[in-house]
Design a protein around this ligand. Structure first.
Ligand SMILES: Cc1cc2nc3c(=O)[nH]c(=O)nc-3n(C[C@H](O)[C@H](O)[C@H](O)COP(=O)(O)OP(=O)(O)OC[C@H]3O[C@@H](n4cnc5c(N)ncnc54)[C@H](O)[C@@H]3O)c2cc1C
Length: 137
């Protein structure tokens, strides 16, 4: 019989590292790269409210004014604009990294580190770089 390995995720409210994504992902089928990044760095996944509202992600992942308020050491926001209602739930994070293709995205003002560019290029490259780093360390 094959053993099934289930790795329990740390609940969002207790997570030290959170990888979150929004409508910039375009399609729920694109979340594999987000899950992969989260797995690589031991993070819990989150999302913006519209993404949960349209059923791309479960509602228990929705952070913000009307969702869960979190205060991780690191919050990585991918394809999320940074609306005030979203920031209300995440702006107590110790460090915020934003990946967004729009240099005017409000989230950059709240970010400690920002990467301006296409998430569909950046996130796969980031995942490969982390895998290479792990393999050589
Ligand atoms: C009363 C009220 C309560 C609310 N509560 C919440 C809440 O709790 N949580 C919450 O999140 N929202 C909440 N909202 C909604 C909030 O106002 C925003 O509409 C929402 O946060 C936007 O979600 P988003 O950033 O995923 O989508 P969008 O605003 O559509 O932003 C998508 C972002 O992705 C970027 N992007 C697109 N394609 C790419 C790409 N290829 N590469 C990189 N970046 C890309 C775009 O530049 C854009 O910045 C609330 C609104 C109201 C009125």
């Amino acid at each position: 019989m094959n053993a099934i390995l289930l790795r329990a995720k740390i609940p969002l409210t207790e997570a030290d590292v959170v990888v979150s994504a929004g409508r910039g992902m375009k399609d729920p089928g694109n979340w594999g790269m987000i899950e992969e990044l989260a797995d690589l760095i031991g993070a819990t996944t989150a999302c913006s409210r519209p993404v949960a509202d349209i059923g791309w992600r479960p509602h228990h992942e929705h952070v913000g004014q009307t969702g869960i308020a979190i205060r991780p050491s690191l919050y990585i926001a991918i394809g999320i604009s940074g609306a005030i209602q979203h920031l209300a739930g995440v702006n107590n994070s110790k460090r915020i990294i934003v990946i967004n293709k729009d240099p005017e995205a409000p989230f950059f003002k709240a970010a400690d580190y920002g990467i301006c560019g296409d998430l569909f290029e950046i996130v796969p490259r980031l995942n490969e770089a982390i895998k290479e780093f792990k393999a050589s360390n």
